[in-house]
Design a protein around this ligand. Sequence first.
Ligand SMILES: [Zn+2]
Length: 528
Amino acid sequence: MNLITDAWIPIRRKSGKVERIAPCQITEGEGEDVITVLAAPRPDFNAALIHFLIGLLQTTFAPKNPREWRKWFQQPPGTEELREAFEPIAYAFEMDGDGPRFMQDLLLENEVKALPPKKQEERIRPVYELLIGAPTGKTLDDNTDHFVKRGEIKQLCPVCAALALLTLQINAPSGGQGHRTGLRGGGPMSTLLLADTLWLTCWSNTLERQTFLALCGNREKTQESDRFPWLSQTRTSEHGKMTTPEETHPDQIFWSMPRRIRLIMEMQDKQDICDLCGMSDRIMVSHFMSKNLGVNYEGSWMHPLSPYFIDKDGTPAAIHPQPGGIGYRHWLGLVQSDQGNKGKRQPASVIEHFILERRRDLRMWTFGYDMDDMKARCWYDSAMPLVLADDSIRKFYEFHTAALVNSAQYVSRQTRIQIKRAFFKPGTDVKGDLSFVESRFWQETEGDFFDYLSKLRDALNIGEDVVPILEGWHKRLARMSETIFNDVSQTGAFDAADPKRIALAWRDLQNSIHSRKLCEQLGLPAKK
Ligand SMILES: [Zn+2]
């Protein structure tokens, strides 16, 4: 299978029809036939596929300038144009065969075959271990194999094996001693522009070539293996050897290979069924070879699809999803940058570039694993509208937007604190039990937040006073806080509650949601 020339990418058309296409067919079809989304059997596969497609465009078809970007945004290129662009690198995208294989270690098979039989067995792993969240020793012991059930996946078709491999190399969680994580650390968060068609989604996240090359990496590196590391002997990481951006070409950002893996492709006598997608094929993958000490990515890597925290020394660290999901509470840092005492939270390059240079009404797609070291706790996947303002008002707009988010942060925290005071004796450790309070607060105010952003932008555009909008938001937050407090007190979930303690907590909650501090945060005159 070749990932450039074969039809392997599962997609859905506007009509609902699902099929597989080759990458160059991404713009094929009009009207009801237009391709809207990816349709892989797992959400993390779709996420990996969008990385693949954006990476492919970024590597082979990046616009020379903003004019060229606009041209293809308005009128997508044809299949032939894309085929011509992709074909020169097709040789590096073979999944099978004796030579270089996509994202697979070139020499691992020879290395494993040279080992005594007992040692060989250790290097050969069952295919379900390619899937993030697959039961390993620890999850099997804890009985927490909720992503992939034990014994469920025994063999994968070549397409699912390719998707699993791609997903693993992109997200590479820490996998035990010497198993390297990706260049953004294990299980990173990605944020990207989401449009109504698959082409527009991909193209909106493709940077002008020079902008991309300037992110990080060494553009003087001209060997093909500096872009596609599987084309030559792996830069392994024995004796602490690292791979920094200076040592590879910027294109490797999309084609990194932290894990040393080689799939074992088995040709069967007859068609067999894939345990993941249910499709039949004569080639099945039930095992793969694996060895630790693959490429160890260190240094200031900057991936265009990742938000970063930049510390005071200028060292970037990719953001990772945390328990509780992703929503408008993360607006600061994901959509607009946020300078704090310890450093700066900075949106992904594609988001920042789009807001500054391209500005269209699109949504932001955010996804990633919440990893607890080797264990996948959760897969987060969400989309939110991007309400963007023109240059002339952006400074004021961003200032007020930050106030809306920070005030919600303050009120949600106060609500949790006072509910804890009201219903639990002092000193009780209930942190986890009360996380639902803040989750509910953010979830139920999310729709309103985007309405308020639109109102704010409209008012600023025509030079109207924004105070009534900020007051409206303040009221919304106060009402939400009171509703949650009342609901908790009425559920009777917490017995032996002391009426006096509840009354005191209610009073303090009222004080804090009408406090001078909160009004100042919102930029409102303090109430008497
Ligand atoms: Zn399959």
